[in-house]
Design a protein around this ligand. Structure first.
Ligand SMILES: [Zn+2]
Length: 429
């Protein structure tokens, strides 16, 4: 089993990708699992120490500290410094545009015109990256909310109030939204007042005036997706950051945001009376294949202690929607092969924690941002289920290089469940 890289870190050949984790000396199983009344302690086995090295060609590489063998090249982050979120956002869009133009030019020269058109949507590229600094002490705190945009109704405002209170207490660095940002049918245009009525005028607490990293949900795809992705909304509310798939790097942790809606067959095969905005997604097969490749490469190149993947749809869920079989088949193997610690989603309007007996990944649902209490609970899908709450609420994550603490809150700000993970000091360089 061998990995090969060219001089810029692009993978050339990878045998049996789903078995990489088993073959790699960096990956072992969970070594200990202790269960308390409401919290769980996991100890993940140490990986061989890795060190980051500046190579003569200017790139960074990851090498095993013990034998100096190359693990991978780490391409330099081409974006601005840690405090220039708006700059990095702009730059990432410009980089994406320049890569697309470069790819188009190459395609135009070397292929006939009809192939050129096909290439428009099948260009694999590095995921856009944003940098977010940790606190001065090297820790990080954030909130996670999903399925929220209802102009304050269905307790959205109450959840927002408690998010403000907990956000202040934890001095959060940013907020993650797991999608379905605007009900029922996304945003109509860049002038849609729902943006301000469901976002700006609801999450008004001082502590929530931080960047919001948003993915799209299936309800967002029912509106004008290109509008919701348009950075022009940052002129109205500078907190807003919404892209399809991207990475937020925060030194001790990397957050990989994945556009999960295009994975789900029924939106294409049985859309019922709904219309989905698939601009930028078709042809679907190429879009999904490139997304998985780009995510895989980003995860392989990550040197962060903690790797969290965020999507709208659950991989595992005991709620109304249940497991998303397309993600179990296509996305989960990539996460398992790359030592992802947490998969975080919305979609089911509940709070939920599922652990796995087959991998150290913890599956967390934070989809209680507004309408909830559906009263549906799939009793046949309870394997690994640690916590399920059918009502509204949100989640907090507190991180240090070695410890992660996750708390679920209801609309009174009361902690309903918690999860603690810890890693050895030498789990990553
Ligand atoms: Zn949804």
């Amino acid at each position: 089993m061998q990995l090969y890289y060219d001089h810029i870190g692009k993978r050339l050949y990878w045998e049996k990708p789903n078995q990489l984790a088993l073959a790699s000396p960096c990956v072992t199983a969970v070594t200990k699992f202790a269960q308390g009344r409401t919290s769980y302690q996991l100890e993940v086995a140490r990986k061989p120490p890795r060190q980051r090295t500046l190579e003569p060609n200017g790139n960074h590489s990851l090498r095993h500290a013990s034998n100096n063998h190359l693990i991978s090249y780490v391409t330099q982050c081409p974006l601005g410094g840690p405090n220039s979120i708006s700059e990095t956002y702009r730059n990432s869009l410009m980089i994406m545009a320049s890569r697309l133009i470069r790819s188009l030019l190459i395609s135009f020269i070397v292929t006939p015109a009809f192939l050129f058109i096909l290439c428009l949507h099948s260009v694999s590229a590095e995921l856009p990256r944003l940098e977010h600094p940790t606190k001065a002490d090297g820790s990080l705190s954030l909130l996670v909310v999903g399925d929220w945009g209802r102009k304050g109704a269905y307790n959205q405002s109450q959840v927002a109030l408690q998010m403000g209170r907990i956000g202040e207490k934890l001095s959060i660095n940013f907020v993650i939204s797991t999608g379905d940002n605007f009900y029922d049918d996304g945003l109509r245009s860049i002038n849609d007042p729902a943006f301000e009525n469901s976002f700006t005028k609801v999450y008004t607490a001082k502590s929530l005036q931080k960047p919001w990293y948003n993915v799209l949900g299936n309800h967002d795809y029912r509106g004008n997706v290109m509008a919701q992705l348009n950075p022009v909304f940052r002129n109205i509310d500078s907190r807003w950051l919404c892209m399809r798939s991207f990475v937020v790097n925060s030194e001790i942790a990397e957050f990989f945001f994945v556009d999960t809606t295009p994975f789900v067959d029924k939106y294409f095969l049985r859309p019922k009376h709904h219309r989905y905005d698939w601009r930028g997604v078709l042809p679907r097969k190429g879009y999904l294949s490139n997304l998985l490749k780009d995510l895989d490469l980003a995860l392989i190149n990550s040197a962060a202690n903690w790797k969290f993947v965020v999507g709208h749809h659950g991989i595992r869920s005991a709620g109304h929607h249940g497991d998303t079989k397309e993600l179990v088949k296509q996305l989960l193997p990539v996460l398992e092969a790359n030592e992802v610690d947490l998969y975080i989603n919305g979609h089911d309007h509940c709070l939920q924690h599922i652990s796995s007996t087959t991998s150290p990944i913890q599956f967390l649902t934070s989809g209680g941002g507004s309408k909830a209490w559906k009263g549906e609970f799939n009793t046949s899908n309870r394997d690994g289920l640690r916590f399920y709450y059918d009502g509204q609420g949100f989640m907090s994550v507190q991180l240090t290089p070695t410890d992660a603490s996750v708390y679920f809150y209801n609309i009174y700000g009361r902690v309903m469940h918690s999860l603690n993970l810890s890693k050895g000091l030498h789990s990553a360089a």
